[in-house]
Design a protein around this ligand. Structure first.
Ligand code: NAP
Length: 259
């Protein structure tokens, strides 16, 4: 039995706790500033509601508060971590907050896993980038991945690449949403009802992504396979190139990174 504490059960904290609840053998401790939010989550997924100091006394303690709240939340957590007998791995989902900064706040010896989840975590299809501090053992890393497998795919990444990775997996859902909307708008312009156009567009994007992952083919090869000589698809590809689609997408990732 693993105990997982969640400090801050807002959007992302609740999404990760919901995934954790799907794994038999996980015991959940839920804490939130407004206790009613934690109570409502407990009613949906089970577990126990406690306070921040209670939730940090776990095998893994997830920090789900906004980055600017960390300095306020961590002093009492630091005290509990220093005086308790159990070993707690702190799992921080706070954007742009380095492991070095988390150690300043929580203690130099505290094992820390920094994660960067994205919104599809809420349906079990997330990408969760993560980096570990030197104190985290391979067994602790492995046990976390098993306990959280219902959240999606965990991808270990060097911490220095975390922000760049997050510009794809974290910001990417919004970019892909724009593409799906535009694809559907094109269909509407050609006479399709809106709901049908959206269904076709979303299904096509997710199916194309799965095809690439399952065949291991490069996207350029898959594109070539759909473009028959003198056919209709290559005319659409031509229009996309003329509109600068690829350059626009690259610029979007770089703009997010520079921000
Ligand atoms: N949302 C995303 O897509 C996403 C993606 C990657 C990473 N993240 C990271 O996830 C973290 C949470 O983001 P979010 O979008 O889930 O924000 P959110 O919905 O605002 O959740 C933050 C939660 O923290 C609670 N909280 C605030 N102060 C607290 C305290 N002192 N003690 C206990 N709980 C406290 C809030 O409770 P009240 O409502 O009662 O104030 C709220 O439920 C952030 O660090 C963010 O960088 C989010």
């Amino acid at each position: 039995m693993l105990t997982l504490g969640f400090i801050g059960t807002g959007n992302m904290g609740a999404a990760l706790a919901t995934a954790a609840a799907k794994q038999p053998g996980n015991r959940l401790l839920l804490a939130n500033r407004g206790r009613e939010k934690a109570e409502a989550l407990r009613a949906r997924i089970g577990g126990e509601v406690t306070d921040n100091c209670g939730a940090v006394q776990a095998d893994y303690a997830f920090l789900g508060v906004k980055p600017q709240m960390l300095a306020m939340v961590t002093p009492e957590l630091r005290e509990v971590l220093a005086r308790q007998n159990r070993r707690t791995v702190v799992v921080s989902m706070a954007a742009v907050t380095s492991i070095a900064r988390l150690k300043e706040l929580l203690g130099e010896d505290v094992p820390i896993i920094r994660i960067m989840p994205n919104t599809p975590v809420s349906i079990g299809e997330g990408i969760i980038l993560y980096s570990c501090s030197g104190e985290v053992t391979p067994e602790e890393e492995q046990r976390l991945l098993e306990a959280m497998s219902a959240a999606g795919r965990f991808v270990r990444i060097e911490e220095r690449l975390m922000d760049a990775g997050a510009c794809i997996s974290g910001c990417g859902p919004a970019f892909v949403d724009l593409f799906i909307e535009a694809l559907a708008d094109g269909g509407v312009a050609c006479g399709l009802p809106r709901a049908l156009a959206l269904e076709l567009a979303a299904g096509t994007v997710s199916g194309s992504a799965k095809l690439m992952q399952e065949t291991g083919k490069h996207p350029a090869q898959l594109k070539d396979e759909v473009c028959s000589p003198g056919g209709t698809t290559i005319q659409g590809v031509r229009a996309l190139e003329k509109g600068g689609l690829r350059s626009a997408v690259m610029e979007a990732v770089i703009a997010a990174y520079n921000r």
